[in-house]
Design a protein around this ligand. Structure first.
Ligand code: ADP
Ligand code: RBF
Ligand code: MG
Length: 159
């Protein structure tokens, strides 16, 4: 994928409200405009990288892009699970991410348990991969250092 690493930011909007949070895997959804701007060679599937909420700390993340075959969504979504425990929700904040690597395609599962197990193994893989020096250097990239506000967002998506 020529577009990786892919730099992207946008406001956190409400998702499908399926209670991912209750499963212990909340996912922050990007608006349609961000999803529609993805380059053609970013295929659907699971990615890992770095994430920052507003002007906060930089954390590891995993992201799912696609139609969630388990739920058979009709709209393509981009959902980020930030690997960090937050005290509060952050709807309306600007989420900045750098997608650095690809894990696997999205797929269907026989049960919700099987989906959750797969997501946990994605998280473990992401944590390991992101400790490699070539990925660690992106953690301190200027893209994740500059301060963001709603007025300056989204124009900067690209690679
Ligand atoms: P929704 O359907 O609205 O996306 P979720 O159950 O997926 O609902 O919860 C997502 C929301 O949870 C995010 O928009 C964010 O405000 C909050 N949140 C709290 N902790 C995290 C986290 N570690 N990663 C992603 N979102 C989180
Ligand atoms: N949904 C799917 O239907 N198939 C998948 O393979 C899949 N993989 C995911 C991997 C990660 C790392 C994350 C964060 C989400 C994934 N999802 C997948 C999306 C999932 O269905 C969605 O977040 C639900 O809201 C979880 O209950
Ligand atoms: Mg969500």
């Amino acid at each position: 994928m020529r577009s990786l690493p892919y730099f992207c930011r946008g406001e956190v909007v409400r998702g499908f409200g399926r209670g991912s949070k209750e499963l212990g895997i909340p996912t922050a959804n990007f608006p349609e405009s961000v999803v529609d701007n993805l380059p053609a060679d970013i295929s659907t599937g699971i990615y890992y990288g770095w994430a920052r909420v507003g002007n906060g700390e930089v954390h590891k993340m995993v992201m799912s892009i696609g139609w969630n075959p388990y739920y058979k969504n009709t709209k393509k979504s981009m959902e980020t699970h930030v690997i960090h425990k937050f005290k509060e929700d952050f709807y309306g904040e600007i989420l900045s991410v750098i997608m650095v690597g690809y894990v696997r395609p999205e797929r269907g599962f026989d049960s919700l348990d099987a989906l959750i197990t797969a997501i946990h193994s994605d998280i473990e893989e992401a944590k390991k991969k992101l400790d490699h020096p070539e990925h660690l250097k992106l953690k301190t990239d200027n893209f994740l250092r500059s301060s963001t506000s709603k007025a300056t967002n989204s124009i900067m998506n690209g690679h």
